[in-house]
Ligand binder design. Sequence first.
Ligand code: AMP
Ligand code: MN
Ligand code: MN
Ligand code: MN
Length: 273
Amino acid sequence: MTFDLHCHSNASDGSLSPSDLLYRATSQGVTTLSITDHDTMSAYEEIDDGALHRINLVPGIEFSTRWGKTGIHIVGLNLDLDSERLRESVRLQTAARRERAIRIAENLAKLGIETPLCEVQNLAGGNYIGRPHFARYLVNRGWAKDTKQAFKRYLGAGKAGDVKFLWAPYEQVVGWIHESGGVAVLAHPAKYTLGRTRLGMLFDDFKDAGGDAVEVISGRQTQDLTDQFAKMCEARGLRASLGSDFHHPDQSWADLGRIPGLPKRCKPVWEDW
Ligand code: AMP
Ligand code: MN
Ligand code: MN
Ligand code: MN
């Protein structure tokens, strides 16, 4: 059994269609997959039956949220696709994302970077706008040499494009997920650049809010880090999840399913599914 419970389709900022994502996952040996697009479930409306052959698909989402002043991500897994609460929460997040895009464009304009939203929207293709699309705009216009530099200069933590106050607070997001029949998983704890003490506080607060699990493995990471997260979960009675956070085929460091299994001490999030 190979689980991959975190990846993105072109319904958010990934490049593969939901069906192509499923075909790729199957060919990489994944047996259980969750597509966890940022703040949208629209991938689940597009999947053709053929792609569901030979793979178990777990309905999921990655919510953008905030823990105090820190932007964090919480994955909802095993959601009820017919849940009215889920639809409502996606509507709220979609409105927040649209408003945020306006603020990001305004903040960039204040730096002298004219950023017509319609151009960013065109790069995004659909209704969805994320910071990676702003990054592409900035690179196209010569404000950064690549995506990495665009985030470092303009979009990453503490920069003009880092607008997070519009996201619902993490306690509310955990509530939405539970009311939608799912389990709440703290995504990629290594990505928040928090020290050990603050990370422990985040785990504590997440558990206190009713959080169920943490991604003990996200993409490619050191065994030391995996062991540290596994112990932190065990100490708090949190379950463990894992995922590649795959976005693009050329993101070779974390292809679908190419992640190690969970350490023995972990209680897998899927145990009672
Ligand atoms: P958003 O959901 O609009 O806030 O955009 C966040 C997404 O941007 C993440 O899920 C990644 O896909 C991407 N991202 C974040 N930081 C970086 C970075 N430093 N370089 C490239 N992509 C990034
Ligand atoms: Mn992303
Ligand atoms: Mn994320
Ligand atoms: Mn992700």
